[in-house]
Write a protein that binds this ligand. Structure first.
Ligand code: SF4
Length: 388
């Protein structure tokens, strides 16, 4: 939506040299709000433990890192201590997260042991709460009562897709209904919720992925993580790929599907906390990833696409013969606005080849806020939802 405003202008970055830029506008529109807090997450990987079967795409040793199959107390304490030492913001929320595998499928004794170790840090006031990730078909009332009493406040569910045929093709061993039921139970028990989705699963299409996003928007998890399918060595998917039975998405397609996810989920109030897998040393090893849309800055590619899409909306009614385009962009959004390798900036120049284009860096303001001033004095703005 475009609305009139007095844009807060600061340091100017020129996209294109033409005539001198007009004087920067006043700063009366600048404002500073506290950003939503991002917790410090201390990840502890349980490495396929508790999984009843093996999903065709999964190789935790490559995706998460080559950790021991069972978490030992000495390892746990060393990991937590090193994160706590590294954390300089003592007011920031701290959470211990048990990731990988299927936490609620672990033997009850092992679950209790891990949670009691984490609780010693909560009791000392060094950690605020615990989060886990788990499968949707391993959740029931008793389990949730136990987890809540043990300090777990956030549960992330590996949904991957809401398409039953895609779930079958990936050997997940459950139906979409299990995720719907799990999310309802989690909310009824007062947990913060997260959903993991994947783009480019075998059998999936952009259209069926759109339906997955619509189901996700209806369920309204607090957060979502979205990452593209990579073909890891020693997986069923690697065999299927070698036989020519599976073709991964290209990098551009994966970014496009993620942009679709952003445009569907953020208006529903779902905060997307990650695009793409964290690169591990194992992923960089020769032959570990056979194919797929892998990029060391995958998230930045997606955010660049989000900002370019928003910029096109801002420019929708601006004629090509406009003489001056003066954008106001919050300082921390500048690299996403310009795009990786200046891709977005160059695309704007191509759209307006005879226009003087200026980017003003706005030091204070809400992330995701874009403004535009043209030579007639008209100004426009747009807020990209979900940018923090
Ligand atoms: S449930 Fe999760 S950890 Fe287990 S095999 Fe499937 S994707 Fe991997």
């Amino acid at each position: 939506m475009k609305t009139a405003l007095n844009p807060p202008h600061r340091k100017a970055l020129h996209l294109r040299r033409c005539a001198p830029p007009p004087p920067a506008g006043d700063t009366g529109g600048s404002f500073l709000l506290r950003q939503p807090e991002k917790p410090l997450i201390i990840p502890i990987f349980i490495m396929n433990s508790g999984c009843p079967q093996h999903c065709t795409f999964c190789n935790e040793k490559i995706a998460a890192g080559n950790f021991a199959p069972e978490v030992m107390k000495s390892f746990f304490d060393t990991e937590v201590a090193s994160y706590l030492r590294w954390n300089r913001d003592k007011l920031r929320r701290v959470e211990i997260a048990f990731y990988g595998g299927n936490f609620t499928g672990l033997a009850p004794d092992y679950q209790k042991r891990l949670l009691s170790w984490a609780n010693t840090y909560i009791q000392k006031g060094q950690v605020d709460s615990i989060r886990i990730s788990t499968r949707p078909d391993y959740i029931d009332d008793d389990q949730l009562i136990f987890l809540h009493a043990s300090g777990v406040r956030t549960i992330e569910i590996g949904a991957q897709t809401f398409n039953d045929e895609v779930l079958r093709c990936t050997g997940r061993g459950h139906h979409a209904q299990a995720t719907i039921r799990a999310m309802k139970l989690l909310k009824a028990h007062g947990f913060q919720t997260g959903l993991h989705l994947m783009v480019g699963l075998p059998g999936d299409t952009r259209e069926s992925f759109r339906e997955t996003l619509e189901r996700t928007a209806e369920l309204r998890p607090d957060t979502a993580r979205i990452h593209p399918v990579l073909i890891f060595e020693d997986t069923q998917l690697a065999s299927d790929y070698r036989l020519g039975h599976y073709q991964p998405l290209s990098l551009d397609e994966a970014v496009d599907w993620c942009l679709l996810a952003w445009e569907t989920l953020t208006p529903a109030g779902i905060h997307i906390i990650r695009f793409g897998l964290q690169m591990t040393p194992e992923m960089s090893k020769e032959g570990a990833v056979l194919a797929g849309p892998m990029h060391p800055a995958f998230g930045s590619l997606v955010y660049s696409a989000i900002f370019y899409s928003a910029t096109l909306k801002l420019l929708r009614d601006i004629p090509r013969e406009t003489r001056i385009l003066r954008f106001g962009v919050v300082e921390r959004d500048l690299s996403n606005f310009r795009g990786l390798g200046n891709k977005n900036a160059e695309a704007i120049i191509k759209l307006y080849p005879d226009t003087q284009i200026v980017i003003d860096s706005v030091r204070e303001g809400l992330p995701g806020h874009l403004s535009l001033l043209i030579e007639t004095g008209e100004s426009f703005s747009l807020d990209i939802p979900g940018i923090i």
